[in-house]
Design a protein around this ligand. Structure first.
Ligand code: FAD
Ligand code: GLY
Length: 374
């Protein structure tokens, strides 16, 4: 059979978009299929923090990848701007992880030392020092760990810029194209069946976020993934409330362009229901008010929810199906898919190009729980 596509990507979120972009940049002929609209799920809901140090333990196997990915952003931003004309609104001003009680302060001070012992940048700032940077913070803030390298982007713009740049480089991107099943010949994949016909390739990459397990379950694999709903709200003010992202236990505030501030996010496991609850928004507003009291005077812009793709051991699945050659899975990025999108795209593209990728070893799809039906 002659294959038109070098790779087919299933899923139009930030992960599928980044893989499409990185493959197209290598001159590969790519087809990306999205069952609904591009970046309509988790990748739209995300606050866009690049919290390698704020979100991950330095002992996690994901940490080296997260750091590399964070470092890729300036070049990615420039390449996407050049190809798509879109600004992903990369902000590199660092993040304050704040303490609201003595116990949190002690824990954050310990974390500063751990980061430093691994050669990472982190500082402990007193309440007064943090308030000098962010005058609207309340007296409840007892101090903060400053992480100068943890930045942020617009998650939605980043996702759309990946698709747009991939398309400029020759990728085909189809919306409202739902993949129903994989086409298998002997022990290898050779295409997908969708609501709008069959498409053929010896290389199919599943980047379907929280929906990946459902798609794979008839193919000898039970992926240990589950959805985690996250609710957010945003406010608008004439003058920005904050200069830097503020990250606290159970609540973060991320200053965006145009005087917007995103406040997130709740965590409700095991539901695909994206309804925003009063309880969820109320708890976030209450936490945000304790950190920045004047937020109560700002205009409420909107509320939303998204479904994070979580895995049993907290690590994403990045690897080839052990039974069907050519079927690759890139899913389960949980709270950090925006941060991890550049490195995931780069490594998945190396794999699809036939290269050995040792960095993917800790993320093998058959690493622990997944059971295989023979
Ligand atoms: P998704 O964005 O969910 O995309 C998967 C796509 O696959 C969907 O568009 C879906 O329609 C499509 N699909 C599914 N099944 C099929 C099929 N059969 N055929 C075709 N298409 C299909 N991460 C960060 O790094 N920083 C943050 O600050 C951050 N904040 C977050 C805040 C919230 C409230 C939430 C919910 C998440 C946040 N995240 C953040 C996490 C991040 O959003 C996710 O890790 C990331 O978006 C996952 O991307 P994805 O492409 O795997 O999944
Ligand atoms: N990383 C932020 C969130 O998932 O809510």
């Amino acid at each position: 059979m002659t294959y038109i596509y070098d790779s087919i990507i299933v899923g139009g979120g930030v992960i599928g978009g980044s893989i499409a972009f990185h493959l197209a940049r290598r001159g590969k002929k790519v087809l990306l299929l999205e069952k609904n609209v591009l970046a309509g799920e988790s990748s739209r809901a995300a606050a866009g923090m690049l919290g390698a140090q704020a979100e991950l333990e330095s002992s996690s196997p994901l940490f080296p990848l997260a750091k590399k990915s964070r470092e890729m952003f300036p070049n990615i931003a420039a390449a996407l701007k050049e190809l798509s004309g879109m600004d992903i609104e990369l902000v590199n001003k660092g993040m304050f992880k704040v303490a609201l009680n003595d116990e949190q302060a002690e824990e954050l001070k310990r974390k500063v030392e751990i980061h430093r012992s691994h050669g990472e940048q982190a500082d402990w700032l007193s309440a007064e020092d943090v308030k000098n940077h962010e005058p609207l913070l309340s007296h409840s803030v007892l101090g903060a760990m400053f992480l100068p390298k943890d930045g942020q982007v617009s998650a939605h713009r980043l996702s759309l810029a990946f698709f747009s740049a991939a398309a400029v480089l020759g990728a085909e991107v189809k919306e409202f194209a739902a993949v129903h099943t994989f086409l298998i010949e002997k022990d290898r994949v050779n295409g997908v069946r969708t609501n709008c016909g069959d498409y053929f390739s010896e290389n199919v990459i599943v980047a379907s976020g929280a929906w990946s397990a459902e798609l794979l379950k008839d193919f000898g694999m039970v992926l240990d993934t589950y959805p985690v709903k996250g609710e957010c709200f945003s406010v608008v003010t004439t003058r920005p409330l904050l200069e830097k992202t503020i990250f606290a236990k159970g609540c973060y505030l991320v200053p965006k362009a145009g005087g917007r501030t995103i406040v997130g996010a709740t965590e409700h496991p095991h539901t695909f229901n994206k309804k925003v609850s009063v309880a969820g928004v109320f708890s976030l507003m209450d936490k945000a008010r304790r950190i920045v009291p004047s937020i109560v005077d700002s205009e409420l812009e909107c509320t939303w929810a998204g479904i994070r793709p979580q895995t049993g051991d907290g690590l994403p699945y990045l690897g080839e199906h052990p039974k069907y050659r050519g079927l690759f899975i890139a899913a389960g990025h949980f709270r950090n898919g925006i941060l991890l999108s550049p490195i995931t795209g780069e490594l998945a593209a190396q794999w699809a190009d036939g290269q050995a990728v040792p960095e993917l070893e800790p993320f093998r799809v058959d690493r622990s729980f997944p059971s295989f039906i023979t």
